[in-house]
Design a protein around this ligand. Sequence first.
Ligand SMILES: *Cc1c(COP(=O)(O)O)cnc(C)c1O
Length: 403
Amino acid sequence: MIPYGKQSISEADIAAVVEVLRSDFLTCGPKVDEFEEAFAEMCGAKYAVACANGTAALHLAMLAAEIGDDDRVVTTPITFLASANAAAYVGARVDFADVDPVSGCLSADSLEQRWKEGTRAVVAVAFAGQPAEMPRIANIARERGAVVIEDACHAVGGSFVFDGASHRVGGHAWADMTTFSFHPVKSLTCGEGGMVVTDNPAYAEKMRSLRSHGMVREAKNFKAFGKPENPIAEEQVGQLYEMPELGYNFRLSDIHAALGLSQLGRLGEFVARRNEIVAQYNAAFSDLEAVRIPALSRWLHADRGHRLSWHLYAAHFDWVKLQVTRPELMTRLREAGIGTQLHYLPVHRQPWYVQHSGSFDLPEADRFSQSALSLPLYPSMSDDDVKRVITKLREQLSGNADA
Ligand SMILES: *Cc1c(COP(=O)(O)O)cnc(C)c1O
């Protein structure tokens, strides 16, 4: 079976995890710091805060930006639930804007047209690895006093060219915080894990505290203990912690961090191999009239030396022309040993959001979702695996009109 996505674990990855298991610290040890430092450097960001998963990363970003009850947060419907859920966790009202029909990313035009009073954060997702139009999205959001959170769970290790310069995901100026997930299906894995990167020291400090119950550990930063109204013996203060606000246990363990750190050393290879496979698929499917291969949105301009980190190969199919339904094709491919997946059912159609956010008319998102199907894409796919996917898919589509 060729699944649609799969982790790539080397002997060195395994050895890195075993080394932690033999050490003194399974959690709260040095590996988390090392992973954060290396990850920040990879992105070109000042700070990286590791946490339990990508959802916790988004939740921490919401808390750092002080999004709360009376606020609105706008995001894209073509994403995993977590991009929207994080805003709901902090009590914000979640809105959706429409997507760019080519990339499936949040559309800057739609964001501007549908902007609502009280919106305090925008969550833009780099769908499949292709960034949303961050320069314009950031302008629109910042002019209106909103924070920009880039959900880059699909785009780790990628970069794009804009205005004559190369910009790294997590390191460019058009996001205030950028979040990542290290779930095994993503391009770099910790088993479970997440990260927020930012250049803002106040956000970083706040997220570090909130990922561990809101605790402040350094006595010099205590705001209440040791003061006349809250006296604590001087000699105890250094051993205590203070909780000025309510946080969570969103920590990453050293076991997970060691795997992430080891994987980070292989990220360049992963990204390169993913690009090779994407190029092979593109070449093999470009003649099929009823299939649209993934393309770059206009603002990114093709042929400019982007090095995107493709997480998904989300192609688009004209089911009517092909005279096959998506479930039928998925079943037939599964029978031929090939896993596929839909990314995504639009989040604004999910019952909880219909109930809590009301209804949204987002025709591009509906169209994008309706035609999408993701083919297998992971670095350990051999050229033969790729050929098999191509052959089987073409077989399934031929015999159907126009394929
Ligand atoms: C995977 C993913 C998340 C959530 O990450 P977890 O680590 O599974 O919590 C959030 N946003 C997007 C776009 C994702 O793909």
